[in-house]
Ligand binder design. Structure first.
Ligand code: DAS
Length: 427
């Protein structure tokens, strides 16, 4: 009888025999099994001589109701699931990856976490992060406030990777004086793949919460392509720069906050950080819906900007080229200039950012930029376009227009780096 996903098997290769649960395999070149210690290994299919069936999969009737015991010597961490692949496991019947959210399920997937901390889990949503809306940021913020009141030592937010860095920016604007760490963790490869980064990212985030006095929002993901280091990345200055690599997340115009060595569990801080505190937590969780982000492009027409004016949008982030130039200078592009002017004159706030990933925009170097500044466009310094978008929507949701304009170019949560250094650039 051939083994099916979920069956206990022995995989025999020319060099070794490995026993575990056969996983539905998404990688065409390897057989993946879950070992008894909870981790997955991928074995090169070319090397496999035999897959011996040891025991057929038996579906469990119900989950065990046994709650993991709390150890008073360990910190308590709340894991809030929003979806993505980070806390998913295999449904052996369908072979699909399904989200699993109970404390017991979570600890059976990542058994090592309970050696570091007491863990409680809760479900916020089961969604792909590209579907996130401002209402979800509020939901996550409410759950964070609840756990802060429960006196947990730190919070991990499991999140899809696509917009993880945008949520981290949104959360850092929402909260002032967060007394504990809130670390967003994703995984680029799902946990049924031998090369998954879910366990190491989660374990590093747990170690970071357990061993440091960091407070505030940050991201924890692989720092390099091997499994030996994870990075704690700044919440408002991080970007997903690769579609599939495990080290896709990089700081932009900034450096990582800390490095966690996965093998030795040593934590090294690379920059100053906010420490746990008991200042009064301030929560401002409103976002203005009528804010858009538009990338300029060759042969651009004014239609999109005109529509925003007609629809009474209040804010626009224009992802311009280079130092903040937009196609507004030659005769054919004057309609773009006029459309921007009309948007601003009708009460809209325009923030200029750059399509260049690194560096800052400047209003006074090129005459073309100065013309945009003269009609009231605001230069967003070195802010990432997506961070500028979140900041603009958040400011418009919580402040008066004059304050919005003033605060846009002030560094509130590390989103603006006034002193760019050459090592704050991708090597
Ligand atoms: N689409 C991705 C997302 O949810 C998948 C993932 O990384 O979890 O952002």
């Amino acid at each position: 009888m051939t083994a099916k996903p979920g069956d206990r098997v022995k995989v025999v290769t020319s060099d070794e025999i490995k026993e575990g649960i056969l996983m539905p395999n998404q990688e065409t070149d390897s057989v993946v099994i879950k070992l008894d210690n909870g981790y997955n290994v991928g074995i090169d299919k070319k090397k496999v001589k035999e897959i011996k069936l040891i025991e057929k999969y038996k579906e469990k009737e119900t989950h065990s109701e046994k709650k993991p015991k709390k150890d008073s010597k360990k910190p308590t961490i709340a894991i809030l699931h929003t979806g993505g692949t980070i806390a998913s496991k295999v449904d052996y019947k369908t072979g699909g990856v399904v989200a699993s959210f109970s404390d017991e399920d979570f600890l059976s997937m990542f058994p090592e976490v309970k050696d570091i901390a007491n863990v409680k889990t809760s479900l916020i949503s089961t969604m792909m992060s590209e579907d996130m809306r401002f209402s979800h940021y509020k939901k996550i913020a409410d759950a964070i406030v609840k756990e802060v009141r429960n006196n947990v030592d730190g919070i991990i937010i499991g999140h899809g990777t696509d917009t993880l860095a945008v949520t981290s920016a949104a959360l850092s604007f929402i909260f002032e004086n967060l007394p504990i760490p809130v670390i967003l963790v994703g995984s680029q490869r799902s946990s049924d793949r031998g090369s998954t980064d879910a366990a190491s990212n989660l374990i590093c985030a747990t170690e970071f919460i357990a061993k440091t006095n960091f407070a505030g929002v940050a991201v924890c993901m692989h720092e390099n392509t091997s499994d030996n280091n994870c990075a704690i990345l700044p919440a408002t200055k991080t970007k997903k720069l690769h579609t599939s690599r495990r080290d896709a997340f990089k700081p932009v115009n900034d450096i990582i906050i800390a490095r966690i060595d996965y093998d030795t569990r040593k934590i090294e801080f690379l920059k100053d950080y906010t420490k746990k505190n008991d200042e009064k937590l301030v929560v401002k969780d409103k976002f203005e819906d009528k804010v858009a982000i538009i990338k300029t492009y060759p042969n651009m027409f004014p239609d999109l900007i005109e529509t925003l004016t007609k629809k009474k949008y209040k804010g626009l982030v224009l992802e311009a080229t280079g130092l903040g130039q937009a196609p507004t200078n030659i005769k054919e592009n004057i309609p773009n200039y006029n459309a921007l002017k009309k948007f601003i004159n009708s009460g809209g706030v325009v923030v200029l950012t750059s399509q260049c990933i690194f560096g800052a925009v400047h209003g006074d170097i090129y005459v073309n930029c100065r013309r945009l500044g003269n009609i009231g466009a605001i230069f967003g310094k070195d802010m990432l376009p997506e961070t500028a978008f979140i900041k603009l929507a958040w400011l418009l949701g919580n402040y008066k227009k004059d304050e919005v304009k003033e605060l846009l170019t002030k560094n509130l949560r590390g989103e603006i780096n006034e002193r760019l250094m050459k090592d704050e650039f991708l090597d």
